[in-house]
Structures are given as structure tokens and as C-alpha cells.
Ligand binder design. Structure first.
Ligand SMILES: Cc1cc2nc3c(=O)[nH]c(=O)nc-3n(C[C@H](O)[C@H](O)[C@H](O)COP(=O)(O)OP(=O)(O)OC[C@H]3O[C@@H](n4cnc5c(N)ncnc54)[C@H](O)[C@@H]3O)c2cc1C
Length: 435
């Protein structure tokens, strides 16, 4: 008998689950469903356009997608084109690997002003994610405030200050390149509530900020402690020592005649976004860190800026009919098992943390739960039923062959040395398939 599995979401969470299932000797039919015509989730729509080597991981996903047991059904949205109950009726197991696509909110006054864009939206915009292509941020301002001290915050700051030449070998969307390189942003403030020791960025990403052609990293030496204090594992302590060392090196760099600056502004908690309809400034409270936690000092200050870009984390969207843990922003699960034939993987299973590879052991665990619970499958209809259902609803699904055509069209449309020119509109992608 064939075990029939639908995996909803084709980011790392979905692909590593498929991969782990494919290693078993059970006869399988795995259908990968994604709301976009393009696979790979945040590898395409999140990972920075100038970090192309990171995106190479898709080569392994590509192999899985072309396995004879696997089919891709792009342009099919759970909750819109197909209901969870329909998938449950057709498949032995339905794996929800839908990620955490929403921005966590700052929860401060002024957050609804024009010029405030969460990282999911802003990164999605420069990465040509169809949901955000019309964001149209106004980059005519001279200063932008990025809130957060993780790698996503650094990605945003870096993309804003790199030169066109530095971005030439990237797949930055062309409208974002025009807006950023024709814009006026010269100062990017990266605000962290806590200090450099608590900052979450990794050292490779931090070091890169000291090697930019036209941007000087600004660090106040007074913010840098002499040593890492607090309770850390040996590994974490080493990472933090390295970051401190890098930040110290930044203080010794010559700004030369660089025209842009990224300011590493620690111990600053945003309390209000100021302005009229549009952002004009950010008000912050200076903090002190006690036992790893930031506490306000009662001292406030403001910086003028026309953009506020909170990069403070992500949240999942609850799937109707599936128990959701609001506090932790994850589907309630035990090792990826939700119950009643439903499983989950990736960020929606364990929360929006970790690197791409963190999803791999996760996928293994979920796959083992599926195989242990379901063995060889119960003879459900699977993909035949899905295709009939989609055809009946008039849904134009995108196959993996179709995606390869879109991929080839993007690659051939690129201006050398860019790796591709991304389509940002679903209609543009579908038009490639009609030609
Ligand atoms: C801005 C950013 C940059 C990052 N950069 C790096 C990096 O450089 N290196 C690194 O190691 N990690 C990086 N990460 C982390 C990494 O991207 C994640 O660990 C990983 O993508 C999580 O995988 P996932 O499958 O859970 O979610 P996702 O990658 O978000 O995939 C979810 C998929 O589900 C689909 N989907 C959602 N809802 C539905 C629905 N209703 N119906 C059908 N399909 C649906 C989406 O279209 C998407 O394809 C970054 C993350 C972000 C946000």
C-alpha cells in the first residue's frame, strides 16, 4: 500500500520532512503544496539577495522535488483553494509547514504611521515576494531606524547601504534596486534594547558590516564592556566575545570619505513613533541591562528618521481547525504530531528561530512520527483526488516543470552578472507558462 502525504509549505520545513520520508523504504506519494507558484519559502523570499551562497541549499530541495514519488502543486493556498478537511480526506498525513509569515509588532504608539514596515514586509518587498511588491516605501529620507539586533536587522541595514556595484551579483528585485539606489538614506540606526553581548547577530554577518565599500559602521566605545559577563554556554560565550572583538575593531576604523553609516545603537528601547501621517522621528528610552534583561532608565531621546523597520521576530498564522499556542506562536504538537492525521514542521512547529539547517532534524522527527503512526497508509485517494478537486474548482496549479520554466525565464532575463531577474507578480509567472 502507498503512504500518501500532503506537505503544505515548501520552505525548509516542508522539504526536510519530504527528504526524511524519502529515506524510508515505504512506498510513498508526497505532494508538496504551496500558495505561491515558486517553491522554497524564505530561501527565495527571506534570505538576503546578496547572500547567494546561502541559497544554494535549494539544490538539495530540487533533487527531492524531482524524485519520482514527489509532485509540486504551486499556486494552491490552504484555506482558499483547498480546505484542511479536504486534504485530510485525501491523504494519510497532512504536514503543515506554512512558516511564520507575520511580523511581531512593537506595540508602541505610532506604529500605524506611513513609513513603518515590519521586516517580513520590507524583506519581502526587496526580495520580490508577490505579497509585498506594491509596498512602495518612500526612501527619500536621509535616515532609517531598524529595530532589532538579529541577522534579519543586519540584512536590512546592509541592503540599504550597499552600493549598486556591491548588489550587482544579487537577485535584489529591480524595483527595489531603483528605489534604494535612487533614494537618499545615508544613516541607518540599528537599535537594540540590550547591549552588544546580548545581540543575536552572528559574527560573519556582523564582520561584513566592516567591509562595505561606501558605509562606515559606527559604534560608541562606551557601549562595549571589557568582557562577556553573565551565564552563557562556552560556545555562546565565544560567539559573544567574537562579536565584541569585531565591534571594537569597528571603533578603530577610519570613516574615510564613506557617504553612509550604520549606527550600532545599543541600550535603546523604542517607545513611540513620532510624526503626522508619516514617520518623522523615533523616541527611545535608554536602558540598562540587569540579569540579561533591559530596564528603562527614565532617560529619553529622539532621532529623526523617515523609515522605521522593526525586525523583532515573526509570528505564525493559526490554521482554522488546528490547535494553536498563542503564547509561543506555534501549532500545538508533540514532536510534530498534531493529531487526526495532521502534523507540522519548521517554524510553525517550533517557532521562528534558528537557521535553515535547524529545520532538518525537525523534519526527521516529524517524518519518523508519520512513519511510526501510519506505516504503509490506508489506501486513500491522494494526488488523483487533489487534481480532480483543483480542476473542479478551476484552480490553475503550477507543476514543478512549470516552476522550472519560470526559473529559466528569470535566469535568462537577468542582466549580467545578476543570477536572475525575479518576477514579483503571480500573473507574470503564470504568463511565462502561457507563452
Ligand atoms: C528575512 C530572513 C532571512 C533569513 N536568512 C537566513 C539565512 O541567511 N541563513 C539561514 O540559515 N536562515 C535564514 N533565515 C531562516 C530560514 O529562512 C528559516 O529557518 C526557514 O525558512 C523556515 O522554514 P519554514 O519551512 O518553516 O518556513 P518558510 O520558509 O517561511 O516556508 C513556508 C512556506 O509555506 C507557504 N505557505 C504559507 N501559508 C500557506 C498556505 N496557506 N497554503 C500553502 N502554502 C503556504 C509559503 O509560501 C512558504 O513557501 C532567514 C529568515 C528570514 C525571515
Amino acid at each position: 500500500m502507498t503512504l500518501r502525504v500532503a506537505i503544505v509549505g515548501t520552505g525548509p520545513g516542508g522539504f526536510y520532512t519530504a527528504d526524511a520520508l524519502l529515506k524510508s523504504d515505504v512506498e510513498l506519494e508526497i505532494d508538496l503544496i504551496d500558495r505561491l507558484p515558486t517553491p522554497f519559502g524564505l530561501i527565495r523570499g527571506g534570505v538576503a539577495p546578496d547572500h547567494q551562497t546561502t541559497k544554494r541549499v535549494i539544490k538539495a530541495y530540487d533533487r527531492s522535488a524531482q524524485n519520482e514519488c514527489v509532485r509540486f502543486y504551486g499556486n494552491v493556498e490552504l484555506g482558499k483553494d483547498v480546505a484542511l478537511e479536504e486534504l485530510k480526506a485525501l491523504y494519510d498525513a497532512v504536514v503543515l509547514a506554512v512558516g511564520s509569515p507575520l511580523d511581531r509588532k512593537l506595540g508602541i504608539p505610532g506604529e500605524d504611521k506611513k513609513g513603518v514596515f515590519g521586516a517580513a514586509a520590507f524583506v519581502g518587498w526587496y526580495n520580490a515576494h508577490p505579497d509585498f511588491r506594491n509596498l512602495d516605501p518612500d526612501l527619500a529620507c536621509s535616515a532609517a531606524a531598524v529595530i532589532g539586533n538579529g541577522n534579519v536587522a543586519i540584512d536590512i541595514a546592509r541592503v540599504l547601504v550597499k552600493t549598486p556595484e556591491e548588489m550587482a551579483e544579487t537577485d535584489l528585485s529591480d524595483y527595489a534596486a531603483t528605489a534604494i539606489h535612487g533614494g537618499a538614506v545615508e544613516d541607518v540606526y540599528m537599535f537594540g534594547r540590550r547591549g552588544p553581548v546580548e545581540a543575536k547577530f552572528t559574527n560573519v554577518e556582523l564582520r561584513e558590516m566592516g567591509n562595505l565599500t561606501d558605509c562606515h559602521p559606527v559604534v560608541d566605545p562606551a557601549d562595549l564592556p571589557n568582557e562577556v559577563t553573565g551565564e552563557w554556554s562556552a560556545r555562546d560565550r565565544r560567539l559573544r566575545e567574537r562579536n565584541l572583538e569585531t565591534l571594537r575593531e569597528f571603533t578603530a576604523l577610519d570613516p574615510a570619505d564613506k557617504s553612509k553609516r550604520v549606527h550600532f545603537a545599543f541600550y535603546a528601547n523604542p517607545v513611540e513613533i513620532l510624526g503626522g501621517a508619516h514617520v518623522e522621528a523615533l523616541r527611545l528610552e535608554r536602558t540598562a541591562v540587569e540579569n540579561g534583561r533591559a530596564r528603562g532608565t527614565g532617560e529619553f531621546f529622539e532621532i529623526e528618521c523617515g523609515l522605521v523597520l522593526p525586525a523583532i521576530g515573526y509570528q505564525a498564522v493559526p490554521v482554522p481547525g488546528v490547535p494553536f499556542d498563542e503564547d509561543n506562536g506555534v501549532i500545538v504538537n508533540e514532536d510534530g504530531h498534531v493529531g487526526d492525521g495532521v502534523y507540522c514542521a519548521g517554524w510553525v512547529k517550533r517557532g521562528p528561530t534558528g537557521v535553515i539547517g535547524t529545520n532538518k532534524p525537525d523534519g526527521d522527527v516529524v517524518a519518523h512520527r508519520i512513519l511510526d503512526n501510519l506505516g504503509a497508509g490506508a489506501g486513500k485517494e491522494g494526488r488523483r483526488g487533489l487534481e480532480a478537486l483543483l480542476a473542479g474548482k478551476g484552480v490553475r496549479h503550477v507543476t514543478y516543470d512549470d516552476w522550472q520554466k519560470i526559473d529559466a525565464a528569470e535566469i535568462s532575463a537577468a542582466a549580467d552578472p545578476a543570477p536572475r531577474r525575479k518576477f514579483a507578480a503571480v500573473e507574470e509567472m503564470l504568463a511565462v507558462l502561457e507563452s
